[in-house]
Design a binder for this molecule. Structure first.
Ligand SMILES: Nc1nc2c(ncn2[C@@H]2O[C@H](COP(=O)(O)OP(=O)(O)O)[C@@H](O)[C@H]2O)c(=O)[nH]1
Ligand SMILES: [Mg+2]
Length: 206
């Protein structure tokens, strides 16, 4: 078994947008649908970071199904130009856990341009938060325009940061030319089933 035998879902986006929060909530939803899920955290520089991730997903993801990959200095190389380290990590992962159906790969890159190499991710979700400003979609960053799904998280915070969700929806639709975006609230667990459903529909049934 190697990386080609497992569905790989990439999560990119700025630090703090809610990628880990989303991973935590997607795992039980995908498990409920009958899939075995593993998690890889990319650009982990120290084992302490991997431990933190393991702690934060504890309860929803068993510790041995969470891996940290140290891809080194440049945060984006490992997911875009040269995903070989990540792909070997997936290979090792599926060798030890041949039952895995899906691996969620969280990128540590803090950049609107951090896109996933199609070899590394069969499905690439770009996670932003409304608290980063409602003009992010209009900036036409490659994450927003080239991802398979844009997740616009933390809708609960919109009133506190004067974020106009209608504007974000209009801009996202316009810059992408499609409706592949979802508003989520990881705190109140809103619309997370929609994200799980998109993954299932686009990756596992594809
Ligand atoms: N209010 C609110 N907070 C959130 C939401 N999603 C994540 N957070 C919080 O935002 C912070 C950063 O989230 P995290 O998942 O670690 O971001 P990451 O850097 O993208 O992995 C944490 O304190 C989360 O609890 C949300 O939908 N609403
Ligand atoms: Mg994280």
């Amino acid at each position: 078994m190697d990386y080609r035998d497992v569905a790989k879902v990439g999560l990119g986006g700025p630090v703090g947008s809610g990628k880990t929060a989303l991973v935590k909530r997607l795992v039980p939803r995908l498990s409920e649908r009958g899939y075995d899920v593993g998690v890889i955290a990319n650009d982990i520089m120290t084992q302490a970071d991997a431990d933190r991730l393991r702690e934060s997903v504890a309860g929803t993801v068993p510790g041995d199904l969470v891996r940290g990959v140290e891809t080194g200095a440049c945060p984006h190389t490992g997911i875009r130009e040269d995903p070989s380290m990540n792909l070997s990590a997936v290979d090792e992962f599926v060798e030890e856990h041949p039952e895995l159906d899906i691996v969620l790969i969280e990128s540590g890159g803090d950049n609107l341009a951090a896109t996933f190499n199609p070899e590394l991710a069969d499905y690439f979700m770009f996670v932003i938060s409304v608290a980063e400003g409602d003009d992010i979609p209009a900036k036409r960053g490659p994450g927003v325009t080239q991802s398979d799904l844009v997740v616009i998280n933390k809708t609960d915070l919109a009133p506190y940061v004067d974020a106009d969700l209608d504007l974000m929806a209009r801009d996202t639709r316009e810059v992408r030319g499609d409706d592949e975006f979802v508003f989520t609230d990881c705190k109140a667990e809103e619309n997370l089933d929609v994200v799980a459903e998109r993954i299932e529909h686009n990756v596992l049934f594809a």
